[in-house]
Structure formats: C-alpha cells, structure tokens
Design a binder for this molecule. Structure first.
Ligand SMILES: NC(=O)c1ccc[n+]([C@@H]2O[C@H](COP(=O)([O-])OP(=O)(O)OC[C@H]3O[C@@H](n4cnc5c(N)ncnc54)[C@H](O)[C@@H]3O)[C@@H](O)[C@H]2O)c1
Length: 317
C-alpha cells in the first residue's frame, strides 16, 4: 500500500514507519520537525520505499503536492502538539497543530479520494473521570486541556467526513506512551532536574498521580491490529495496558537508574500542572475482546524509556 504518515519524524510515528516498511508498504512521511527529529527516521533515508517531506501539514501547496504525486491508500495522522502543558500559555498552538492539521488531512483526503484514515487520539479527550475506569461510551466528554479539546474536535470532524464522503476511520485513543526515541515528558524532566541537582528531585504535585504507560512497540502493534480487525465506518478504541505507574515510583526508578541517592521533594497538591489529569484508568474490554493485549507492563515500559534516555544522553545540560 501507499501510506502517508503525518508527524513522521516523531516518537510514535517513527516506530510505526519502521513497522510499515518492514511489512513491505511504501511510506511518505511529512514532518515540520517542530517536535520530531530527523534522526528518528534517518535509518530509512536510503530505502527506495520511503520518502521524507520536511514541511508543514498546514502548508497547503506542499501538502496537496504529496497527494498529487502519490495515490495514497491510507493516511496515518499523528502530527499534533504533543507537549500538552505548553499550550496553557498559548491556546493557538493546539488550535493549529492539533485541530487544524486534522481538518487539513481529512479535507485533502476528501479532495483526492483517499478513503482510510488512522487517527492518533488520546485519553485526554475524557477529561478528569475521577479515577473511574473509562470505557469508550464514557461521557460527558469534558477535556481539561486545550490539547484534549482539540483532539476531541478532531474526532468530531473525522466522524462527519466519514459520514459525508464515504471514508473509514480508525480512531485510536492512546494513554501515555513510553519507549525508545521518546522526546519529552516527565522522564525527561526528572533526568534533567537530577543532572542539575543530583541531591534532590523536585516533583510537582503529591506524587500520587498515576497513569498507565504503554510501550511504544505494543502501541504500534495495537494500531495495526485494530486496522486489520475492526470493520465499522468509524472505529474507536482505547489502547492501553492494565495497571499504572504512579509518579512517586517513576521518581524512584529514575533516581535508581541514575545510581543516585537523591531525596524527593513533593510540591503538594493532587496534580502536576494545569490541564493534568491526576488519576487515569482505561477500561480495555473493547480492545481485549477484539483479541489484542499489551506484552509489557506499565512499569516495564517506563524502565525502557528511562534506559533509552540515559543511554543516549538526551538530557545533557
Ligand atoms: N506520546 C504519548 O504519550 C501520546 C499519548 C496520546 C496521544 N499521542 C498522540 O500521538 C501522536 C504522536 O505523538 P508523539 O508522542 O510521537 O509526539 P511527537 O511530538 O514526537 O510527534 C508529533 C510530530 O508531529 C510533528 N508536527 C506537529 N505539527 C506539525 C505540522 N503542523 N506539520 C508537520 N508536522 C507536525 C512534530 O514535529 C512531531 O514530530 C500525536 O498525535 C499525539 O497527540 C501521544
């Protein structure tokens, strides 16, 4: 198949591209490198089945050009603002990077007759469910972050495009994702802080915030499993792993992996930053019943990411 991957130089998309090329597909990846890294995909640059277009999904001429050049069978839309906290100060970041990119993707698909879309959605669309295990029918959907709101709006526009123009969508809602090539987030923050001050780690909140962390290769496996096995017009799934990893344990794992004796200082309060969802639990019955389960636990996924960050010295000062 000819496949377009948006946000292709990003953490998750780069693993997806590894898998798609392995399976014999031809892949075009677009990324403006605002958050992603060329090094994530550089190992494919001499593969004739891979094309990297450095540029913005919102650059109409460049983006349309990709569709004019290649008759895509399918689009995986992963370009977005993945740094949730930063749009608190500037909500337009998510309007443009998270919502408008989605609109431009589905509209280009409509105009060029591409029928299949995979969309990287998120647990952030559910807002704060106060520790209730959320399944796909949970509501009302009241996101806490602009990022979650713009992902929810994206799901809406995808659904209406499917209805109006005969497209099929696979909306996959990721939890926190961990593993090799991770670009940002709590693990990077902790490693950076400890490099600056190896005696003390400041942790935002009370450390009891707890979320499931899914291993990135398990996630890619789940996405492709859904595409192959789910047949509705608009397919939507929570993807995740059972159990979770609390922030206090992440802090201890990072300190131990760096072979330090740092004390942990909690700033207090039940959440780390405005827009954070402190406790999150997915109900995974729908994806389990389809026949897929994660291979690594949440703690194992976190440890893989810590090892990668430390081995690659990604947080040098
Ligand atoms: N990592 C997670 O824990 C997580 C959880 C839930 C959902 N997601 C979603 O999965 C997708 C991938 O996330 P990730 O963690 O790999 O993040 P990432 O930042 O590594 O990847 C996103 C990529 O999109 C690119 N991009 C952003 N705006 C663009 C634009 N206008 N044009 C072209 N490229 C653009 C960035 O440069 C980046 O390479 C995102 O849609 C994200 O919202 C991620």
């Amino acid at each position: 198949m000819n496949i377009l991957v948006t946000g292709g130089a990003g953490f998750i998309a780069s693993h997806l591209i590894d898998r798609l090329l392995d399976e014999g597909h031809r892949v075009v990846a677009i990324d403006n490198l605002s958050l992603g890294r060329k090094s994530n995909i550089a190992h494919h640059f001499d593969n004739p089945d891979f094309v990297f277009a450095e540029g913005d999904v919102l650059d109409a001429e460049l983006f349309d050009g990709l569709f004019k050049k290649t008759a895509f069978d399918m689009v995986f839309h992963l370009a977005a603002n993945s740094d949730i906290a930063r749009s608190h100060a500037n909500p337009e970041i998510d309007l443009n990077m998270t919502y408008l990119t989605t609109f431009r993707v589905v509209d280009a698909m409509r105009r060029f007759g591409v029928k299949k879309l995979v969309f990287a959605s998120t647990s952030a669309i559910y807002g704060d469910a106060h520790g209730i295990e959320v399944n796909e029918n949970y509501g009302p959907l009241l996101p806490l972050s602009h990022y979650g709101a713009c992902k929810l709006a994206s799901e809406g526009i995808i659904a209406s495009f499917c209805e109006n123009y005969g497209m099929q969508a696979f909306i996959v809602r990721f939890p926190n994702v961990c593993g090799e090539r991770t670009t940002h987030g709590i693990l990077h923050d902790f490693v950076k802080k400890l490099k600056k001050n190896p005696d003390e780690l400041e942790v935002l909140g009370n450390g009891k915030q707890a979320k499931p962390y899914l291993y990135v290769k398990d996630l890619v496996d789940a996405i492709l499993f859904v595409v192959r096995n789910s047949k509705d017009k608009v397919n939507f799934y929570n993807l995740g792993v059972e159990g979770n990893t609390p922030v206090w344990r992440i802090a201890e794992m990072v300190i131990q992996s760096m072979k330090l004796n740092a004390r942990i200082r909690y700033t207090g309060g039940d959440r780390g930053w405005v827009g954070d969802v402190p406790q999150f639990r997915y109900n995974l019955d729908k994806i389990h019943n389809l026949g897929w389960r994660a291979s690594l636990t949440s703690d194992e996924a976190v440890q893989k990411a810590i090892d990668y960050i430390l081995e690659n010295d990604l947080c040098s000062l």
